[in-house]
Write a protein that binds this ligand. Sequence first.
Ligand SMILES: *Cc1c(COP(=O)(O)O)cnc(C)c1O
Length: 396
Amino acid sequence: MSRKLIDGSFGIKTRAVHSGNEVDKETGAIRRPITMANSYALPYDPSDLNWSSSEGGIYTRNGGANQRYLEQKLTDLESGEDCVVLASGVSALSAVFFTFLKSGDHAVFSDNTYIAAYRLLHELLPSKYGIETSMVDTSRIDEVRSAIRPNTRLIHIETPANPTLKISDIKEIAEISKSIGSIFSVDNTFASPCNQRPLELGANLCVESLTKYINGHGDAMGGAVIGNSNLIKRIRQEAMVNQGATASPFNAWLIMRGSVTLPLRMRQHNESALEIAKFLESRKEVRFVDYPGLESHSGHEIAARQMQGFGGVMAFGLEASNDAHNRFVSFLRVITSAVSLGHDESLIVFLGENDERRDLYPEHFRKGFFRFSVGLEDAFDLIKDISQALDKTFPR
Ligand SMILES: *Cc1c(COP(=O)(O)O)cnc(C)c1O
């Protein structure tokens, strides 16, 4: 497959536009088409083919055209050697865990993560497959170090973490991982490659939920793992060909299209989120705001070192009861109460004091809090919306 000469010497905005796209050879269209086909024409004598091959040209579960184009772009954006695109962010996470862990192995992972990472590493893999796991506060490097065992094969972190925005030091953990020869994977969903590139900081694998910022429009699910060719080849075989976590060509095409504007969108998310975080910090009804871009954030120093921007997600809590938090949400007119993040529209979720993982969150989160994903609306409209909802929740 010929490629446009878009290499690492080009800026990230140029790569987001051009990488993975080519003039279509058949029609001359300057956009690659959507190839909604399950199968590809076989050669004259197919008897020598490896039916599990993911080289392409057999069957879409083994790798389709649109998935490949997106893989090229994500490889470029994350500074990797190769990428595998899968059906969702969770399929990308389970691809890493199931490919690189076997019975008797040990994994260390962040105590604050996306819920499915917690389910897989804390419950499913230990109880069903005899895999040992240690859930630690990876924002504290000494806790990572002391969790290491002779059979530690994987260290998996999420930074910034969902939903608390905890920050872990990628470079420091990469050094620990390297010294013991384990695989180090980083869930980079909250940052996106515009704000943070874990592979450049020493991680072996970078996981993305494409559902969030990379697609950015809230209309397609996808996941990806980026890393060196050998590791990605194994994931492609095991998770995609043999476990079937393949992304649909249409979703890959949508994500390819959405990702063109990723750098511009991230710039706006970063800018608006900082402005809104500062506004929230100034309101006396707001009990706390955790946003890595604020100097008051415990991970600010590390975030400033390893990130190019602080992203669009923050957590905050009100000086109020659980019910008042729900009332606040009911007063919002622009911001939507729904899960997910990184969409064009602002989304808010209330995680109440009965949240299942409450004891794993930092102390100040335990009375209930919002995860707030700042969208692409005018920041002044969002501030106005929050402001009027606060006034109604706390009548004078
Ligand atoms: C949403 C999310 C995931 C899961 O992605 P899906 O595409 O919803 O499967 C994984 N990690 C993080 C940090 C997320 O926010």
